[in-house]
Structures are given as C-alpha cells and as structure tokens.
Design a protein around this ligand. Structure first.
Ligand code: NAD
Length: 416
C-alpha cells in the first residue's frame, strides 16, 4: 500500500505534526504513535454448507490513559491490522476532543458480511466476541457498531459475553437494541453530532443552512441519518451514494424515501427521479456541503483540488489524506475533522454505558440535549484553537485532544 493511503501511517504522521506543535519529547511522541495493546485472532466458523472457514480478526487498544478503551467493531473485506490500528488511535483523540473518560480502541474482522447468511454472521460474531473477551469488558474495553455491524451484532456480543460470565453484563457493549439496555438516541447519534457541527460551521462561514445543497457519500447508519437530519433542518440533499454508486437530483432527494428504497433494493442506485453518478463524481459536485460517510482515503491529492463544497463534515473516519487536508485548507474549504464531526456516536455510547452501569433510562430528549451541549462546546473549543493559531480544524482538534491525553499520561506518571 502506498504510504499516502496507509491509514496507520497517516494517523502516525498526524501525531508527528501535532507533537511538534506541542513541543512533545521524542519518547512521548513514540508512545502516542503506537497502540498499547493488540490482539490478533484467527478462528474457525462452520459455514452453512458444512465447510470450515478461518477468519482473521483484531482488537487494538491504542491508549488507556484517560479511562477504559472504547471503539467500534468493523466487518469488512479490506479490514487489516493497519486500518484497525489507525481507527483505534483516532478513537483516543475523538474521546479526548469531546472530553469523555475513555481511551481509544477498535476491532475488525476481515470478512464479507454481504456474502454471509444471518446464521453465519451470528456464529462469526459470537466466536470473535469470545476470542476478544480476554481483553474486552465493561471496565476495560467496550466495543460498539461500525461498518457492516449493527445493534443485532451488539446484542450477540452482549449475550456471548454474558453467557461466558454467568450473568447479564449490558455495559460490555454499546449500540445495543433498546429492549436490552440500548440508549434512546444512540442510533442517530453519530449523524446528529455531524449535523450539529455542520450547523455550527455554517454560522462561522456565513452560510445559510436552509436551502444549502448537500452531497452524502455512504448511505448506512452515519450517512443516511445525516442526510435526513440535515434535510429536516431545511438543507437540500441533492446526491447520495453507497458501495454500488451514487444518485443525483439537483431539485433535491427525499432522504427518508431513499432509505426505504435502499431497504427494498439494497442500493440507492435507481432511486426515482435521479441520474446515476459515480462515487468519485459525487465528491466533486458543486454543492455547499459534503458529508463523506463511507470509508477512508476517498479524498486524496488527486481529487482534493476539485472539491467545490464550502464545508466537509467528516461522518466517516479518515476520509482525507494529509495532502488532501492541506489542499482543501488552502482552497478555503472548512473540513470538520472526523474526530470532532463523528464524535456524537461515541458520546451517546458513553451515555449508554453510564445509564447501564447505573441502571438508568434517560429520555431521548435528555440524551439529545446532553449531546447537543457537548458537540457545540467541543466545536467552539476546536474552532477557537484554529483561529488563535491560524491552523486548520483537524490540527486544532488534535492539539486539544493530544494535549488532554498527554496531561493524563503525565499526571499518572510512568510506571514503575
Ligand atoms: P454502515 O455499514 O452502516 O454504512 C456504510 C455505508 O457505506 C453503506 O451504505 C455502504 O454501501 C457504503 N459504502 C461502502 N463502501 C463504499 C464505497 N467504496 N463507496 C461509497 N460507499 C460505500 O457503516 P457506518 O456505521 O455508517 O459507518 C460509516 C463511516 O462512519 C465509517 O467510516 C465509520 O467508521 C464512521 N463512523 C460510524 C459510527 C457509528 O456510530 N456507526 C461512529 C463514528 C464513525
């Protein structure tokens, strides 16, 4: 993989840049650039046709200075250890940006969930949960959903962990279905957080959100919900996409109807009244707001000069390479970085964990109000640093986050 698109190398180079700005010493920088703990597993699953298939999976805990580690589990055919390392590191910074008491972790299984039956997915999930339960737990490391995992996946993980311990442990996982201890508002939280930060960014650059045009790449949990929340706030969603391609209608797409269409057909492609476009074309559309909500490295030095949006709200993790960041900043595009823009998910995961540990149930209004407060404050904190230091929003978010992690490390000291 070329260096520019290896997510772990990118995550490490981001640390290097900010470590220099913060004046960190070489040893501490090295510590922050590498995960504290990695578990690699290789495990068999009996498939429906009777064959035994071996899968590789990972759980990486990047840093635990600020608390137990937290981060999603991804099922994807391209998932590898470097992707999971990068994602775990971004989780550390994300939790620190919004000030919740967690370190960062991430998990992944290299598999193609689209080609597996529910039965096979359940077996794979339960076996993976057992494999990682030696480092997972409500006080140690708490997973959540990510690409191609969902509340049902979380329910299987919670049940597997609970069966192995002999009692129900809801707080071992977040993003659970509501009847078994999930939090109201969790399903929408990532997208709600993204849309809140976009709303705040609009105020800063003087863009009217009502009537603003929006393109959304990726139409899963983060993307489809961001599309309807921003639509419901008065913006005009003109393009959306998924792994099979994109659709465009300059008169506007109804995101609620597009969700129903995708649920029926498996893709947004072919949605009534739209023309088909590629994912690459979607990114370069003449829109006001872009929401990358799929995978990493979709904006690189090659297409960054062609991005016409005024704001890019990163619902996805790692959609920009560092070179893309530099180009977009020079071109005046306000990039709301992933570690801020999609932190709503982990924030409400934290609320779910707190409710679970304390046997509480908050109303959706209470969850959303608390989320709103944290997202607005975090956005303001990052924006203030970017203005004060004349740097882009990603660097500002890293300064805030790494500063908080370093403070925790130094207060705890270096054992022994
Ligand atoms: P998801 O599985 O619900 O949806 C992923 C979507 O991306 C699907 O619509 C899929 O078709 C589409 N997709 C896959 N490959 C694509 C490609 N090559 N081009 C265009 N679209 C493609 O996953 P999700 O939970 O919505 O996650 C999406 C992004 O948001 C990821 O980067 C994830 O890490 C990030 N994220 C998710 C959460 C969360 O709470 N779910 C929290 C923070 C960040």
């Amino acid at each position: 993989m070329p260096e520019e698109v290896n997510p772990f190398k990118i995550a490490q180079s981001q640390v290097d840049t900010v470590a220099e700005m913060l004046g960190l010493d070489a040893g501490l920088t090295e510590f922050l650039k590498n995960p504290q703990r990695e578990l690699h597993v290789s495990f068999p699953v009996k498939m429906d046709d009777g064959t035994l298939k071996v899968f590789k999976g990972y759980r990486v805990q990047h840093n635990m200075a600020r608390g137990p580690t937290k981060g999603g589990i991804r099922f994807h055919w391209d998932t590898d250890i470097d992707e999971v390392r990068a994602l775990s590191m971004w989780m550390t910074w994300k939790c620190a940006v919004v000030g919740i008491p967690y370190g960062g972790a991430k998990g992944g299984v290299t598999c193609n969930p689209k080609e597996m039956s529910q039965n096979e997915l359940e077996k794979l999930t339960r076996r993976f949960a057992s494999e990682i339960s030696i480092i997972m737990g409500p006080d140690t490391d708490i997973p959540a959903p990510d690409v191609y995992t969902n509340p049902q996946t979380m329910a299987w993980i919670m049940d597997t962990y609970s069966m192995n311990h002999g009692y129900t442990v809801p707080s071992v996982i977040t993003g659970k279905p509501i009847p078994i201890g999930g939090s109201l508002g969790r399903n929408e939280a990532t997208a709600r957080g993204t849309v809140i930060t976009i709303r705040e960014a609009c105020k800063k650059i003087g863009l009217e959100l009502k009537g603003a045009t929006v393109a959304v790449q990726g139409y899963g949990n983060a993307g489809s919900i961001a599309a309807y929340l921003i639509h419901d706030m008065g913006a005009k969603v003109v393009a959306v996409s998924d792994s099979q391609g994109g659709v465009l209608n300059w008169d506007g797409i109804d995101p609620h109807e597009a969700i129903k269409f995708k649920a029926e057909t498996g893709t947004v492609v072919g949605f009534a009244g739209t023309e088909t476009i590629t994912n690459a074309e979607l990114l370069e559309l003449e829109v006001d707001i872009l929401i990358p909500a799929a995978l990493e490295n979709v904006i690189t030095s090659e297409n960054a000069p062609n991005i016409k949006a005024k704001i890019s709200g990163e619902a996805a993790n790692g959609p920009n390479t560092p070179e893309a960041d530099r180009i977009m900043h020079e071109n005046g595009v306000m990039v709301i970085p992933d570690i801020l823009a999609n932190a709503g998910g982990v924030t409400v995961s934290y609320f779910e964990w707190v409710q679970g540990l304390n046997r509480l149930f908050w109303s959706e209004e209470e969850v959303n109000n608390r989320l709103e407060k944290i997202m607005v404050e975090s956005f303001e904190n990052v924006y203030a640093i970017s203005q004060e230091k004349d740097i882009n929003m990603r660097q500002a978010a890293y300064i805030l986050a790494m500063g908080r992690v370093v403070e925790a490390i130094q207060l705890r000291g270096f054992y022994p």
